[in-house]
Design a protein around this ligand. Structure first.
Ligand code: NAD
Length: 524
């Protein structure tokens, strides 16, 4: 049978610049088995050793920055600087996690409870083979970051990169293969959703997927058949709220950045803006002014005049156009921007939108900022929460405490005050969606520990006679156990005394009679 291949396409020109053969389901299985065999050797290394080996890849990433940003730009259409941002954050995440990993992964001593003569510990052990499935919008960052966390935690990894950006997948494979101490512990496989499904069905020990909500649900369903734990970082429809005391000019500057960065192809893009009446006109004026300044186009020069590249995945164009049509059919007005030639758009500001429109309910993943006028903070929060998604949210106000109080009422797992998207790039802040935006988390301590399971143990000599737990385990100590329970946990002095005094009370005849009856009942 002829093997299928994936073409490397530059979305700005449609030109092919290479190809890779897709991994077959049998090869996927072999990769998982190989990583399972390699697991003891990698997990047996200390965290310090693993971090040391990963430092070698950190060096290579910096040495090869220009080649890397060039491949990412060719395959996604984003500017070289935007590609460098992916690389920069990947390195920052690796460096900061490596510095903290030994502390986070250290075994913890916990209380031994009633077992006074035992010592109890919790270790954070790696799962085994971690499957990492990544999307095309940040094909470098969202592949490398979870792979680094998985490796630091002691897992071996099978990574499946997106079929839309296969050149980046091949480049990542080459990078890992170039560090001999790391090469035996990571496999990169290439292919579409079917190859991803083959990976999920090859029984990895843990799955970390970043992608659309539909894909996340399909993977979670397939993984459930084998009880494989899943972390799923999925889509969003993030709201941004402008309160009456916000700096409208700064808000417009940075919400347009958040709406059009990577041509809106970011999970945490600003996809809905709610502005209170008194600030509405001023904010819209600034937003249009800012949006009109941004140019779209593509060049491989490191100095690019283009803030926005093309839409990377041609299938996305249909969704964007459908959202625009649905909104304008229902009365929305486009104040600036629109479709250009081929896969290009000029940044769009759309007003007179409401929640009957797909543009305000479904993930658009394009360079559109829909703005809705609201009465007040209450209405803004109610509308922000009227969504199936719950990834991130932003609130703008000169009163930072007030903004935080408002943001706390939004159902999202991550918020930012007076900025947009930026928290994604802060390594110590965990990130993970709620509702249709996913389960689990990535980044920071929580993100690293997601790649581990708690392993617990208790050590000590044989049970000691006077250990409270031994008293409880030996027959004939009912009253003593009641007295200990009362004295230690009794909630009032009266209760403590009542349970203790019972220990010294003589047995009543009635007690004995009812005990005999119960004994007879049991014997019968
Ligand atoms: P996608 O769901 O189409 O694909 C994601 C990955 O899953 C790809 O590698 C794909 O081949 C694979 N896949 C598809 N079907 C599969 C299956 N049945 N089994 C296993 N693997 C399968 O997503 P995309 O279009 O590549 O990425 C865009 C989406 O990702 C958007 O919804 C965006 O919001 C989301 N995203 C989320 C985050 C986050 O942190 N929450 C970050 C980036 C992107």
């Amino acid at each position: 049978m002829e093997r299928q291949s994936l073409a490397f396409i530059n979305p700005s020109t449609g030109q092919q610049f290479g190809e890779v053969t897709m991994t077959t389901p049998d090869e996927v299985k072999l990769a998982v088995e190989e990583m399972r065999r390699a697991f003891p050797a990698w997990s047996g290394k200390s965290v310090k050793e693993r971090a040391g080996i990963l430092k070698k890849i950190q060096k290579i990433l910096i040495d090869q920055r220009d080649e890397i940003s060039s491949v990412v730009s060719q395959n996604t259409g984003k500017s070289r600087q935007d590609s460098l941002i992916e690389l920069f954050i990947s390195i920052d995440m690796l460096a900061q996690n490596s510095a903290k990993a030994a502390k986070w992964l250290k075994k913890e001593r916990v209380s031994s409870g009633l077992y006074l003569f035992k010592r109890c510990y919790v270790e954070h052990r790696p799962y085994g083979v971690a499957a990492v499935i990544s999307p095309w919008n940040y094909p470098l960052l969202i592949s490398l970051t979870p792979v680094f966390s998985a490796l630091l935690a002691g897992n071996t990894v099978v990574l499946k990169t997106s079929e839309v950006t296969p050149a980046v997948g091949v480049m990542i494979e080459t990078l890992f293969q170039s560090v001999p101490e790391l090469a035996p512990f990571v496999r990169v496989i290439h292919g579409d959703g079917k190859v991803g499904a083959a990976l999920v069905n090859s029984n990895p020990d843990y799955i970390f997927v970043t992608g659309s909500t539909g894909t996340g649900k399909r993977i979670a369903e397939a993984a459930a058949k084998n009880l494989i734990p899943v972390t799923a970082e999925l889509g969003g429809k993030d709201p941004l709220i402008i309160l009456e005391d916000a700096d409208a000019q700064a808000a417009a500057r940075w919400s347009t950045w958040g709406a059009y960065f990577n041509a809106g192809q970011a999970c945490m893009s600003v996809e809905r803006v709610y502005v209170v009446e008194s600030k509405y006109d001023e904010f819209v004026r600034w937003a249009v002014k800012d949006a009109e300044k941004l140019q779209s186009g593509f060049t491989l020069d490191t100095d690019s005049p283009y803030f926005m590249g093309p839409i990377t995945d041609p299938r996305q164009i249909q969704i964007i156009d459908e959202h625009i049509k649905d909104a304008t059919d229902k009365g929305a007005r486009i104040l600036c921007g629109g479709k250009e030639q081929g896969p290009y758009y000029k940044p769009m500001v759309i007003v007179d939108v409401d929640h009957s429109m797909k543009l305000m309910r479904e993930e658009t993943f394009g360079p559109i900022m829909p703005i809705m006028k609201v009465r007040d903070e209450e209405e803004a929060i109610r509308l922000a929460n009227d969504s199936a998604f719950g990834l991130a949210a932003s609130v703008w106000s000169r009163d930072q405490k007030r903004a935080k109080r408002a943001a706390d009422r939004i159902n999202a797992s991550s918020i930012i005050i007076n900025d947009s998207i930026a928290q994604f790039g802060i390594p110590m802040l965990p990130l993970g969606g709620i509702k249709d935006s996913g389960i689990g988390s990535t980044h920071g301590r929580e993100g690293l520990l997601k790649f581990t399971r708690p392993h617990s143990y208790a050590v000590g000599g044989p049970p000691v006679k006077w250990d409270v737990a031994t008293v409880l385990r030996e027959l004939g100590n009912y009253k003593l156990a009641v007295a200990i329970m009362g004295v230690v946990y009794g909630t009032t002095l009266k209760q403590k005394w009542e349970t203790l005094s019972q220990l010294f009370r003589k047995r009543k005849k009635t007690d004995t009679a009812s005990e005999i009856k119960a004994e007879v009942a049991v014997t019968k």
